[in-house]
Design a protein around this ligand. Structure first.
Ligand code: FAD
Ligand code: NAD
Length: 465
């Protein structure tokens, strides 16, 4: 290794780590990023956001070609799935994206140290196969997260898979049972459901997407059930027997009661992710953890001065854009700037069809906090563009403060809401009122007119319903 002394050494090359490294380099620091995977981009680019969206896009096109075009007056015959071709599309997207990060590292003169990093002192990282590197300014822990295992159900990535295995199944299962009705369960359940699998979602709680607004999760479940997904809510999995050909799952009501079995070809375990710090040597250097997460102060600094942490490995939603924002803010703070992340306004999106997108407080949270609020709701059935595209499932709901009209939360399910949520995050960053949105000219005909109408509905005066 030519260089062994850097200003900033980032451990982990995912969205938190690679973005922090690039921003720190832009600010004039000499930066190294330690990544043990053969490629950069972390969970998100390799086995998370990007491959799952590639399969969601491809499976959506397959389903539309097979079943969704007749209503537009288009007859298509002989639509066939070429699963290896679809998986190659996904692999190519991943390859191009991870290669893109390597290019950005070169462009910004970030040194990629290929190997597992272990922190041996407040300013020293031992990189397997590379040697010892020193960080004169900061070490940044950005080691991300890993799949939360389900006791009693061993993941073999063949019959019982995690999200990683579910991105690479060699054939479409006849029956896919998903344990966990969260984001991964619904996204990857949708992929394989569209490709022909019968999908059953087993969820411990009494609703899917349990952290989202209650009305949103109810509507989502209704729509996915209409698409053919089966839901076993308030149900716990107690065990599994795996054979060459399938899996027998033992389930029972979460509150206790008669046990049942479910036969599956493939089981996807998607009950959450947990922070990953294995082999980092944190205990020896005195970095404190809180339920597995690296404990940080308001400036991302751990209990050891000079060692910082960002992304999935710290508190907050395990989302790529949250990790990226933290990476930028930390790099800028190290350069003496006053950057911060508004953790109250991190949007959450589920890339199913229809999509689900939300930012800010849910109705349940506002009620629990005793905040008086007004709600305005507008259905996509009354939106001209949604009708023209035959995608009218869903609604936009805006919650605003009863006294000041400031927008407190927005909850949407519908076509392309993943792209529409940005307007609302921006509005909320500027403390907009519902009236501000209602008085903003939205192009016609667009799906985002539903946002304007929901804002008008807050004041009881929608125009098109
Ligand atoms: P990671 O991306 O996990 O990166 C950490 C990196 O650190 C890894 O590459 C790992 O190899 C490396 N590492 C760990 N320890 C060491 C060590 N000791 N030495 C060297 N390297 C090490 N989020 C979204 O916002 N949108 C989505 O659509 C989305 N979809 C997802 C789909 C799936 C199937 C999954 C699993 C996750 C998805 N996520 C999504 C979540 C997203 O992937 C994570 O929030 C994000 O990757 C976190 O970034 P990070 O940088 O904190 O960690
Ligand atoms: P999740 O937290 O979204 O959902 C897990 C679900 O499993 C919850 O509904 C929970 O109640 C349920 N559950 C927990 N234990 C259970 C059990 N024993 N039996 C049955 N159900 C159980 O987690 P995930 O879907 O695994 O996703 C992991 C992380 O990855 C999330 O933090 C998510 O933010 C991130 N992710 C994000 C996206 C996105 O932004 N579109 C996509 C995929 C993953």
């Amino acid at each position: 290794m030519a260089e062994s002394t850097f200003d900033v050494v980032v451990v982990g090359g995912g969205p938190g780590g690679y973005v922090c490294a690039i921003r720190a380099a832009q600010l004039g620091f000499k930066v190294a990023c330690v990544e043990k995977r053969g490629t950069l981009g972390g969970t998100c680019l390799n086995v998370g956001c990007i491959p799952s969206k590639a399969l969601l896009a491809a499976s959506e096109k397959f389903e539309e070609a097979a079943h969704g075009l007749a209503k537009f007056g288009i007859k298509v015959g002989g639509v066939e799935l070429d699963l290896p071709g679809m998986l190659s599309h996904k692999d190519k997207v991943v390859k191009d994206n991870v290669g893109g990060i390597e290019f950005l590292f070169k462009k910004n003169k970030v040194t990629w140290l290929k190997g597992a990093g272990k922190i041996t002192a407040a300013n020293t990282v031992e990189v397997e196969g590379v040697g010892t590197v020193t960080a004169s300014k900061a070490i940044v822990i950005a080691t991300g997260s890993e799949v939360t295992p389900l006791p009693g159900i061993a993941i073999d990535e063949k019959r019982v898979v995690s999200s990683t295995g579910a991105l690479d199944l060699a054939e479409v299962p006849k029956h896919l049972v998903v344990i966990g009705g969260g984001v991964i369960g619904l996204e990857l359940g949708s992929v394989w459901g569209r490709l022909g699998a019968k999908v059953t979602v087993v969820e411990f709680l009494d609703r899917v997407l349990p952290t989202m607004d209650g009305e949103l999760s109810k509507q989502a479940q209704r729509i996915f059930a209409k698409q053919g997904m089966d839901f076993k809510l308030s149900t716990k999995v107690t065990g599994a027997t795996v054979t060459e050909t399938g899996v027998t799952l033992m389930v029972e009501p979460a509150a206790g009661g008669a046990a049942q079995t479910i036969e599956a070809d493939t089981v996807l375990v998607a009950i959450g992710r947990r922070p990953y710090t294995e082999g980092l040597g944190l205990e020896a250097v005195g970095v404190e953890l809180d339920r597995g997460r690296v404990k940080i102060d308001g400036h991302f600094q751990s209990s050891v001065p000079g060692i910082y942490a960002i992304g999935d490995v710290v508190v907050g939603p395990m989302l790529a854009h949250k990790a990226e924002e933290e990476g930028v803010a930390l790099a800028e703070q190290l350069a003496g700037q006053k950057s911060h992340v508004n953790h109250d306004l991190v949007p959450g999106v589920v890339y199913t069809w229809p999509e689900v997108a939300a930012v800010g407080k849910t109705e349940e949270q506002l009620k629990a906090a005793g905040v008086a609020y007004k709600a305005g709701k507008f259905p996509f059935t009354a939106n001209g563009r949604a009708r023209a595209s035959a995608t009218t499932d869903g609604f936009v709901k805006i919650l605003s403060d009863a006294a000041t009209d400031q927008v407190l939360g927005v909850h949407m399910i519908g076509p392309n809401v993943s792209e529409m949520i940005g307007e609302l995050v921006l509005a909320m960053e500027f403390s907009a009122s519902a009236e501000d949105i209602a008085r903003t000219c939205h192009a016609h005909p667009t799906l985002s007119e539903a946002v304007k109408e929901a804002a008008l509905a807050v004041d009881g005066r929608p125009l098109h319903i």
